[in-house]
Every structure is written in C-alpha cells, then in structure tokens.
Ligand binder design. Structure first.
Ligand code: XIL
Length: 369
C-alpha cells in the first residue's frame, strides 16, 4: 500500500474546509446574506493563497470575488497569439472551492492594455481582436464565471464617449459588438457596464444613453457597475440614490463594484479614478503615515454607515457590493493618484483588524430596516 503522510492529509483537509470552519463569529457576508453579495477584489498573492491569515479573512467575510488585476488584457492576453490563464484559472478555482460569486473584470478597457493592442490600427484588425479576445475568454469560463464587466470606463465626465483605440478604429459600434460577442459566448452570464463617477449628473445621463443604445441595437446588458471610488463627503447620499433609481429604471441590476473611501487630501480636486493620473508625494499630502486619528476614523465609520443604510433601502435593486481590496495595507489608494501614501479606505486595517467602519456596517443590520 502506498504510504500517505498523515500531515499531508491534515493540511489538505484544513485547506479544503478553510471557508466553512470559521463559524464562531458573524461576518459581513452572513449579516447581509439576504440582501446582496458582499465581495472583495483579490490581488495575485491572495489568489495564490500566499498568506493564510488573509485567505481565512476573505473566506470568512466575503461571498463574491473580483480579480484586481490578473484578468485585465495585458495579463491575460499579453501577445496576439498568446493567452495566459494560469492565475485566472486559480482565481476561478478559488471562488468555486469556496462557493463564491465570481465576477470577471474586465474584457474591453483602454487601460492596462497589452502594448500590442494599442497598435491595432483599423476596423478589420479591431473586429478580429474583439471577436478572438471576448469569445476566447468568456467561452473558457462559460458557466463558471457569474458576471462580466464587458466594457469598463467608456465614458468621459461629460457623458460623451471616451477616445480610445476601440472608438478610434470601430466608432461607437464597438460597444454593441462587445456585448453581442459576450452574450454569444455565454448566453447565461450577466453582462455589466462598469465605470466611475456614475453619480454625477452628466455621466449618469451618458450611461443611460449608452445602455439604451446597446439594448436598442439588440445587445444584451444586465447590469450597471458603479465603481464607487468615493470620498468622505462626496458623492452625496442623494446623488447615489438618484443613480440607483435611474439605473434600475432601465431594467438592469445595479452593483457597487470597487467600493473604497479615500481619507486623504486632494488639492488638485481630482475626480474619479483614471488610473493614468499620477502626482507627486509630500508630507502635506500624506498626513497620517502612522495611524488614522479617531476623528477621521469616526467620519469614515459614519460615511460607511450612511452608504450601507442606503444600500439596504434599495436592496431589491442591488446585486452586489464589492470592496476594492480586503484591507487598507493592500489598497491601490496607497499609490494612486500619489505614490507611497498611507490611506485607510476599507473596513479592515493593514493588520487585518476590523475598524470602526466595519462595526458600523455590521451594526446597521442590527437596527430594524
Ligand atoms: C487598479 C488596481 O487596483 C491597481 O492595482 C492597478 O495598478 C491599476 O488598476 N478602476 C478599475 C480597476 O476598473 O481595475 C482599477 O484597479 C481601479 C480603477
């Protein structure tokens, strides 16, 4: 008989039950289980399960996952004839193992494009690229990925279409084409349009026009994802509510897909989340390098409470609320729009401890809706 190391059995059993073995305290996903999915973005290291503590926190608190980077075109399709699915396969396997809702991010986006894609110069080449890229990726995970961001950030702040290699080569038909190709590859998967600043009037009107156009041209679109990279004071709860109502009136689901709340100053009054904008760091711009003062910690908790109260009010329209990262230490907002700052935008601190903001989001559910 082949000798099986008992230690190996113990370790693999432990790994296999990592999500179910932690019932001792309640968690975000349990408390909100009847309302909407509670998701998180996963870094490459988290997908590879490099830190057991982080992975057990992910399992305990969240029931939906999005890959923070590894499904973007530069990683998944680095060369014209080469796809790299190694990490995407692990990401999907992680979600399946832990019975999570799995969201795909993102098929068509002007940022984090593979260099070869930027050089596509005419409509014939672009049509061939879109067909190959969308069909290959969506088909590969057909029936396993639950929803896709088909197009990410196609709009300018005034609601017009953003200039990109897609718009330049194909004109606005690229949008309808993208949704048709995705639906053909997996007719059952939910297809989203995802963007930031979707609570601003002009951009909101732009999204509404875009969804109507896609539907009128026979495309299938099931949801709108508001990235929700927000600040302590904006957008207002009223504007967020107007957007929820306006989007759901289109007959699509509403998701908050990349929620975080910056607490750091922004003298340039930078709006939105254009990943290509970067500024220099200095002490004034990085006021809390060691810890967040109680006063700001409390403001963050109040802001999260107000937001989740609104989400609960409209839970019938909201499919998913996903945070852009598990804990403050991994947040992209430590490096954007200024590199090397210390930001505190999430519910868990860099030591994986729940913050006041976490308690306030949990307590909202204790109050009768
Ligand atoms: C960010 C990631 O968090 C960073 O690690 C990366 O360097 C840049 O992209 N809108 C999106 C996300 O749709 O994909 C972006 O994620 C944040 C803004």
């Amino acid at each position: 008989m082949k000798f099986i190391n008992p230690y190996f059995i113990a370790v693999t059993t432990l790994l296999a039950v990592s999500c179910t073995s932690q019932k001792e305290t309640s968690s975000l996903k349990d408390v909100y289980k009847d309302d909407f999915y509670i998701g998180t973005a996963l870094s490459a290291d988290q997908i590879e399960e490099k830190d057991a503590k982080e992975d057990s926190l992910i399992c305990k608190e969240f029931n939906a996952i999005t890959a923070e980077n590894i499904m973007k075109s530069m990683f998944i399709h680095p060369q014209k004839d080469k796809y790299d699915f190694a990490l995407a396969d692990k990401f999907v396997a992680f979600g399946e193992k832990n019975k999570m809702f799995i969201h795909g991010h993102t098929l068509i986006w002007h940022s984090q494009l593979a260099p070869w894609m930027e050089k596509i110069k005419d409509s014939t080449e672009m049509k061939a690229f879109m067909k190959d890229h969308i069909t290959t990726i969506v088909t590969k995970y057909k029936g396993r990925i639950n929803s896709w961001d088909v197009v990410n950030e196609a709009l300018n702040e005034d609601g017009t279409l953003r200039k990109s290699v897609f718009l330049n080569t194909l004109g606005e038909r690229y949008l309808v084409d993208a949704y048709k190709l995705a639906a053909a590859a997996d007719p059952k998967v939910d297809l989203y349009y995802n963007d930031y600043n979707l609570e601003d009037t002009a951009k909101r009107e732009g999204v509404i026009r875009l969804v109507k156009k896609i539907k009128a041209a026979g495309g299938k679109i099931d949801g709108i994802g508001s990235q929700a990279h927000w600040k302590l004071n904006s957008p207002s709860i009223e504007e967020i509510e107007k957007s929820i109502l306006a989007y759901s009136a289109l007959g699509v689901k509403v998701a908050f897909t990349e929620l975080d709340i910056t607490v750091l100053p922004n003298p340039w009054d930078l709006k939105g989340a254009d990943v290509n904008q970067n500024f220099e760091n200095n002490a004034k711009m990085n006021p809390y390098p060691k810890s967040l003062p109680d006063s700001v910690q409390n403001k963050l908790a109040q802001r999260y409470a107000a937001i989740f109260k609104l989400f609960l009010k409209h839970k019938d329209k909201i499919s998913r609320v996903t945070f852009w990262g598990v804990h403050d230490g991994q947040s992209w907002l430590n490096d954007w729009p200024i590199k090397g700052r210390t930001n505190y935008p999430l519910l868990f601190d860099a030591k994986l401890q729940p913050k006041k903001a976490y308690n306030s989001v949990m307590e909202i559910k204790a109050v009768k809706e």
